[in-house]
Design a protein around this ligand. Sequence first.
Ligand code: MG
Length: 268
Amino acid sequence: MKMLLPISLLLASVSAPHLMAAEAKNAAAEVFPTAAELAKMSDADRHAQAARTEVWTPVPTVVSAPQSGVPSDAINLIGADLSQWQSVNSQGSAGWQLKDGVLTVVPGTGDIRTKASFCDVQLHVEWRSPPADPTKKGQQRNNSGIFLQEKYEVQILDSYQNETYPNGQAGAIYKQKMPLVNAMRPTGEWQIYDIIYQAPRFNGQKRLSPGFVTVLHNGVVVQNHSEIAGTTEWIGHPQQPVHGCAPIKLQDHGDKVSFRNIWLRKLD
Ligand code: MG
């Protein structure tokens, strides 16, 4: 004989397929008073009903967040030296210049990456283009980039009055998604990226979910939980390699782009 599921349980499983069967069953079992029934209740009884959906544990960790500072649980990636970074090419010391807390690309020394690996992060990066060279246009004008997990580039480019393909301008997921708007400050001013990154999920060789990224450029949303199709290739389609946590990489594209106040918070 065929067993019929209660309609409420059926609806729960259709509208929220991610719920496990037991969770769906519990959700279906939760019955709350109607508005008319609540109206007849005492205050104490109404509060008792309200308490059924209150969650008291666990309590979120306290993080101090000063007005013009770094959150207390952040990892500061630019300290007194570049000991947290290494050269991608040699895997030795990072060859970029660090002076008065400002890190600057030394063209030709190659990309640098953090020694530590990260998965989901909130990443804060301030960057600045040197004065624009009028002979350089488009992608050649003060290009760099932040590679999440070494693979997915949030483009850095002097996109102030500088035409290029929009899915390659500042704030783009390179060659995949152009920024919603161009929030550039003039060349030479500090730009701020605040990036919220959710890494792709894998189970063995199978990708369960792509990565997603939200980017604020100078406080303006330019990527809104954008899906990352795969690696950000200059030529060709995105690739989808299986990987775990990985470093943050900064690009040497031959321009003296500077960085300061790079910090991140782990979100996993
Ligand atoms: Mg770049």
